[in-house]
Every structure is written in C-alpha cells, then in structure tokens.
Design a protein around this ligand. Structure first.
Ligand code: GLP
Length: 260
C-alpha cells in the first residue's frame, strides 16, 4: 500500500461509525441533525436539510419526531429538500415520497409547509428539465444543503443515481435499475407496477452538501457497503463517488458492516 492509500484508508476508517444495532445508529444520526438545527437556531439562521426515503431513514425520523414531541425540538427554522420522487407519481398515492415524508416525519413536526420541497412527479415530460434546474436554483438560493441524509440502494445508487450516473450530474429525470424496481416491488404490488423513471438530485447536488450521512442497516446492505466504501471509484457504483469527500460519515449497524 503506498502512502496515498494509507492516508485514504486512515480517513475512511475515521468516517465509518459502526453501531451494534439499527436503533443506536439511527439515534446517532438524528442527534447530529438536531444539533445542526439548534446551532442554526442560535444564530437565527435556517437549517437546510436534504432528506431521504426508503426503510432505512425511518428510525432517524422516528427519533426526530420524539425530540420534537418530548424534548421541544422545533423545526420552524428548517427547510427541506428531498432527494427524489418516482415519475410519474401523484403526491396522494401511498407509494409517493410525499406520502412517505408526511407519514414518517412532516405530519408530526412543526416544519412550515412552504419550506418543504419534494420533486414533483406530476409534470409533463417537456417541463421536467426546467423544473429540475429550478430545484437546483432553490437549493443554491438557500445557501446550499447544510446536511444530506442518504440511504443506499443495492444497485449502489444514492438518491436514484443508478449505475452509470456521472459525478457531475445534477437534478434530472432518470431510468430506474432493475434491482431497484425489484426491491420496490412489495410497495407497488409487483415489480412490473414500479415506475420505470424517477426525478433525482444528481451526484453533484449531493456532494455539495456541507455534511453527508450515509446510513446503511441490515445484512441486505453488507455487500454493496463493501463495494461502496472499499471498491474502485466508478459510475458503476455511484456511492463510490463519496469516497473522495472528507465531509461524509458512513453510519452502519454491525450487520451492514459485516464484510468491511
Ligand atoms: C430508494 C430511495 C433511495 C434509498 C433506497 C434504499 O430507492 N430512492 O434514496 O436509499 O431506496 O431503500 P431502503 O432504505 O428501503 O433499503
């Protein structure tokens, strides 16, 4: 191993936090997010949070709701941008990420509704690119994301940046990978009913966040976590682009970390 590799290996070890169970990992991330919100509150500033969906962040949201309901954490100064949404998708559908976010977080906290942003799955095809450019502009106008929460798909995706996504990619319409559609099959009553497309923030949008937490839980993620953290940096596993960053923490339970 040459010196450069040793340095990289050392900083990677520092970036990995392994917890004995999913609840402890989730509480750690929730506390980090709460700290960002409170620090911004003290200065009278907005906290701009990039949020994720999927089963993985549910425990983080549960703890944030608890902090709001039992410990008085306010979300009045919070602005949110979700990573992605299926396309086409109507917000009232059970499978929409709008429904997911309401059910798991927004309905239970005091974040002002006009400070919530989730990609719109109802647009006409020819209106999507302008909408995506505006999504980027809105994030930039708020001063960028203070934090981005990420899960990871078994295809190696972050957001819906599937294999083949470029490092410089921005918010856009993408095709979903077969593995991703298979993993979403239960939610839609069969893989054939899962939309084939989605709107997602790009890799570039994500890496610009000031702090990134990638959360991975359970043995289902062990293999892709090994590739994402230790594999060669490549568009074939989009999560590998995070290896180049210093402001990312990989928060894992022991099962997801099993192959590291
Ligand atoms: C979806 C989301 C991703 C998420 C992934 C993993 O595809 N768009 O942002 O990371 O699912 O899902 P889960 O956490 O359920 O394993």
């Amino acid at each position: 191993m040459n010196r450069k590799n040793i340095v990289l290996e050392h900083s990677l070890q520092q970036a990995i936090k392994i917890y004995s169970n999913a609840d402890d990992a989730s509480v750690y991330v929730a506390n980090k997010i709460a700290q960002i919100i409170k620090t911004k509150q003290e200065k009278g500033n907005l906290a701009v949070l990039g949020l994720a969906t999927g089963s993985t962040p549910k425990g983080v949201y549960k703890e944030l709701v608890r902090l709001h309901q039992s410990e008085g954490l306010s979300f009045q100064n919070v602005v949110t941008f979700n990573l992605d949404e299926y396309y086409p998708m109507h917000p009232v559908e059970d499978q929409s990420y709008v429904s997911f976010m309401k059910h798991n977080l927004f309905n239970h906290i005091d974040v002002p509704k006009n400070q919530i942003h989730i990609p719109d799955g109802t647009l006409e095809l020819n209106a999507i690119q302008a909408y995506c450019d505006l999504y980027e502009k809105k994030i930039a106008d708020f001063g960028g994301l203070d934090m981005q929460l990420l899960g990871i798909g078994r295809s190696g995706h972050i957001g819906f940046n599937e294999p083949g996504s470029l490092q410089g990619s921005m918010t856009r319409l993408v095709q979903l990978d077969d593995i991703t559609r298979k993993d979403a099959a239960d939610d839609f009553g069969g893989a054939e009913h899962v939309p084939t497309q989605a709107i997602t923030m790009g890799i570039q949008t994500i890496v610009q966040a000031k702090q990134i937490f990638l959360l991975a839980l359970s043995e289902r993620k062990a293999e892709i976590i090994k590739k994402a953290l230790k594999g060669e940096i490549s568009p074939e596993v989009p999560a590998t682009f995070l290896q180049q960053l210093e402001h990312v923490e990989y928060v894992l339970d022991q099962k997801a970390a099993a192959l590291l």
